[in-house]
Design a binder for this molecule. Structure first.
Ligand code: MN
Length: 243
């Protein structure tokens, strides 16, 4: 694993072939060379499409069941895409923007809360699927481990900070690992909000809306987030997002 983190950046062909990153790699490939690796989940302008999952619906079981993933992706994520495309039919001035630009443009415009909420939920969910992988989780290696240690003290303290953020997010929302300058920071947002809207560099996210875990864990959000951290976290994706 150590040598993996020291590999040179993937070239275009390797990115295209990457199965771990799935759609993200393909989307990013179109913009490779950009200084904004967050574009990994940048979708083309309207009508926006539901991006394919980077793995099969049963690939994250037992931490997240195929049932949960099927509803979450096929119903919730798809509905945000459909709602957004519906809203944009009546607001042609906002059509044609990249998803990220649309989110930033509507973030502080209360009259466009519907646009912001649905657009941010489309972006957040794509980022969430890529933040997980089968047989992921646990402490990272190489450069990411060094960053985790420098930012939190050690992996255990990072895990504690992430879990605390998940437990203390009142109601629906998201927990994030964000790069702030040269340090990693745990952040949390309510409802559809995303640190990306304020230009922050997101590395990983965990959906803590009840629809993300209720079928598998009922009300036990900490158990779900613990499983996310222990067996799903995709540190390779975080490394890619660092650029
Ligand atoms: Mn969700």
């Amino acid at each position: 694993m150590q040598e993996q983190s020291q590999r040179p950046p993937l070239d275009r062909r390797q990115l295209m072939q990457s199965t771990v990153l799935g759609l993200g790699a393909i989307a990013w490939t179109a913009r490779v060379g950009s200084a904004a690796p967050q574009g990994v989940v940048q979708a083309k302008a309207t009508p926006y499409a539901l991006p394919p999952l980077p793995y099969k619906e049963d690939a994250l079981a037992p931490a997240i069941s195929a049932n949960t993933l099927g509803f979450h992706y096929g119903k919730h994520h798809k509905t945000y895409v459909d709602n957004l495309n519906g809203l944009l039919k009546d607001t042609p001035d906002l059509a044609g923007l990249s998803l990220e630009d649309l989110i930033k443009k509507t973030a502080s415009d209360t009259a466009k809360a519907g646009h912001f909420n649905n657009a941010a939920q489309v972006w957040n969910h794509t980022f969430y699927w890529n933040s997980m992988r089968p047989k992921g989780g646990g402490a990272p290696t190489g450069k990411m481990l060094e960053l985790v240690n420098a930012s939190f003290g050690d992996y255990g303290k990072f895990k504690e900070a992430f879990l605390t953020a998940a437990k203390t997010q009142f109601g629906s929302g998201w927990v994030w690992l964000v790069l702030d300058g040269s340090k990693l920071v745990v952040d949390k947002t309510g409802n559809a909000d995303t640190p990306m809207a304020r230009g922050k560099k997101c590395l990983l996210t965990c959906d803590v809306w009840e629809h993300a875990y209720y079928l598998d864990y009922q009300n036990k959000r900490p158990d779900y987030v613990t499983a996310f951290l222990d067996s799903l976290l995709n540190w390779e994706f975080a490394l890619q997002m660092m650029g």
